[in-house]
Ligand binder design. Structure first.
Ligand code: ADP
Length: 620
């Protein structure tokens, strides 16, 4: 049937995935059939969707379905659908490349980690569906014709890094995939894999994994699946395994979901939702190319996959379906944004989801922490956008803190633990827990027994700006402004004694600090740098510099610890001799020390080093 045959190379990433598939010890090989049926069902969905605007694509009394055929002699299994099909270019683009950005990096990290389960985690993050056929096949042939086109294309590969493309002449609309199964060996010396041409094996797999698929799966003129939409059945009627398989079907995730929730709204409007929290964050969660959104059904008919309007972007990791009785069947993507039903569903669903997370946080705190570690970063985006749910979100946010027991805490729990006399909720931002927990800024707070939240996620910098007061308590950075620890009066009195030193330092560091003053936040260190209340934190300054590619450094305020021995001695020297030659080096070393303690880089390391060496020279 084919005329000219052309050979193509698999894209490097796709070849690696294929290699993994072919040599995989993944025992659950039967899922390849689930993947092919899932793809067929997606192709039928797409056809139905396109036919809304082009009704001619589907014949008048044509049935959309998935057909399976097997041949035990020839050792082949064929899965065929009369869905959207693919054009020649689409075949080359879709089968043979992996379109997701970041694939290469992902494969590399998985390989480096030498994870024994490279395949499972790769598949878990992608769903490399079609390629899974190569777990059981030594050759795969695909013939396809796109709806609305005249000619068909044949794709074939033995999984050796190349595939061939040929014209396939006449062929009905849709896609047919023939898996040429590897040799089957039964018995104790066999490979333990089922015979995928056998009727009962095929029936069993379809029942187990694809029962809810929305199109008939036909084998030997019999429909194998019940086609019952799983969300319309009552929870007690559906087994956990069925939910899990449904999740895998719609999410293309091979991992099990962390949790399943079903919601139903009755009354004036009627809608229901079956939602899943994945157990692992997809690695493209922060890529603009990532595909998110729930499946939208109108009275059991799929209207749209990846409908992003049903939940706010900060819940984009949620998977599942929403079925509404109120929407028109021909609702278009453009109109969705203004549709008041959609707005209503979104509001209702957001609240349901946040309530459910709240329940999880109370009832299953360990699970909640797991969830938080995977998705907390996204949920934090909500604080800047979802003002209606600000309070609820606030309760869901968790942070590290300086308290002894370690672990994450909510701000409310923090407030409940606050000491008498503590006037604010203290926090410090930084690049990591390690970087912030050794910061000199914490000294006096620790001594007073005041807990400090460690905000070590880049998004926290933006988050703190939108967090409200809690029980009348403001959030306050321990590295900004004055410390307000109740010792300000003493400081004022002391400032007179130190004025000569403060002035001398100010003069020498003029180009880098805007003020030198005494500190109430230090108990051990001689000095630290702080910024004004309205300035950005050093951590954010660094993040912004990285993003902009240019370095901007705001002038800091240098604070001295009046109880530190070095500072006291220097004060005495200056009082005796205003022009004490030591003061130049002292200023440089002290400033450099404070810059390093802040976790920043020295602007002029040479100047610091020379001053340090001269100082050491004098002291030995
Ligand atoms: P995924 O389904 O996760 O995108 P696959 O490797 O299973 O990944 O499939 C790659 C692409 O090939 C699909 O996104 C789809 O565009 C196309 N494809 C696969 N199977 C079919 C089919 N039966 N009909 C039409 N297109 C298909």
């Amino acid at each position: 049937m084919s005329t000219k045959v052309e050979t193509f190379q698999f894209q490097a990433e796709a070849r690696q995935v294929l290699d993994l598939m072919i040599h995989s010890l993944y025992t659950n090989k039967e899922i390849f059939l689930r993947e092919l049926i899932s793809n067929a069902s997606d192709a039928l969905d797409r056809l139905r969707f396109e036919s809304l605007s082009k009704p001619d694509l589907i014949g008048a009394d044509e049935k959309l379905e998935i057909r399976i055929a097997s041949d035990t002699e020839a050792r082949t299994l064929t899965v065929e659908d009369n869905g959207i099909g693919m054009s020649r270019d689409e075949v080359i683009a879709n089968i043979g490349t992996i379109a997701k950005s970041g694939t290469r990096e992902l494969i590399q990290t998985l390989k480096e980690k030498q994870s024994s389960d490279v395949l499972t985690s790769l598949i878990g993050q992608f769903g490399v569906g079609f390629y899974s056929a190569f777990m059981v096949a030594d050759r795969v042939t695909l013939v396809t014709r796109r709806a609305g086109e005249e000619t068909a294309t044949q794709w074939e590969s033995v999984g050796d890094g190349t595939f061939s493309i040929a014209d396939a002449g006449k062929f009905t609309r849709g896609t047919s995939i023939t898996v040429h199964l590897k040799k089957f060996e039964e018995g104790p010396d066999g490979d333990g894999v089922d015979d995928f041409t056998s009727q009962w094996v095929i029936e069993g797999i379809v029942k187990r994994y694809s029962d809810f698929v929305g199109y008939p799966v036909i084998f030997k003129d019999r429909q194998l699946n019940s086609m019952k939409p799983i969300w319309t059945r009552s929870r007690s009627e559906v087994s956990d395994d069925e939910y899990k398989e449904f999740y895998k079907h719609i999410s293309h995730d091979w991992n099990e979901p962390m949790t399943t929730w079903s919601f139903r709204a009755e009354g004036r409007s009627e809608y229901q939702a079956l939602l899943f929290v994945p157990s692992q964050a997809p690695f493209d969660l922060f890529y603009t190319t990532g595909k998110f959104g729930l499946h939208l059904y109108v009275r059991r008919v799929l209207i749209m996959e990846h409908c992003e309007e049903l939940l706010p972007p900060y819940l984009r990791f949620m998977r599942g379906v929403v079925d509404s009785a109120d929407l028109p069947l021909n609702v278009s993507r453009q109109r969705l944004q203004e549709d008041r039903h959609i707005t209503q569903i979104r509001k209702w669903l957001t609240k349901k989801v946040l309530d459910s997370f709240e329940e999880m946080q109370k009832g299953e705190p360990e699970k909640y922490v797991e969830f938080w570690n995977q998705f907390g970063r996204v949920v934090k985006e909500g604080a800047s956008f979802d003002f209606d749910n600000k309070d609820k979100l606030m309760g869901l946010y968790m942070f590290e803190s300086s308290r002894d027991s370690g672990g994450l805490t909510t701000i409310r729990d923090y407030v409940a633990r606050m000491k008498e006399g503590q006037s604010a909720i203290y926090y410090l931002t930084g690049p990591s827990r390690r970087a912030v927990e050794n910061s000199p800024h914490l000294e006096a707070f620790k001594e007073k027994g005041y807990e400090v939240l460690y905000l070590v996620d880049p998004v926290d910098e933006i988050l703190v700006q939108s967090l409200p007061e809690i029980d009348g308590k403001k959030l306050k950075s321990v590295g900004k402004g004055t410390a307000d620890l109740g010792t300000e009066k003493d400081l004022k009195e002391k400032t007179g004694e130190f004025s000569a030193l403060l002035e001398a330092l100010q003069k020498r560091l003029e180009d880098r600090v805007k003020e030198v003053r005494l500190s109430s936040r230090l108990t051990a260190s001689p000095a630290c740098l702080v910024v004004s209340e309205e300035d950005v934190s050093p951590n954010l300054e660094k993040l912004l510099s990285q993003a902009k590619g240019e370095k901007t450094v705001q002038k800091r305020i240098m604070e001295l610890n009046p109880d530190n021995e070095i500072v006291v001695r220097m004060r005495d020297r200056i009082q005796k001799d205003e022009n004490d030659p030591l003061i130049d080096d002292f200023a440089q070393v002290l400033f450099g020390y404070a810059v390093l303690a802040e976790g920043s880089e020295l602007q002029d390391p040479l100047r610091f080093n020379q001053a340090l060496v001269r100082t050491l020279g004098r002291s030995v």
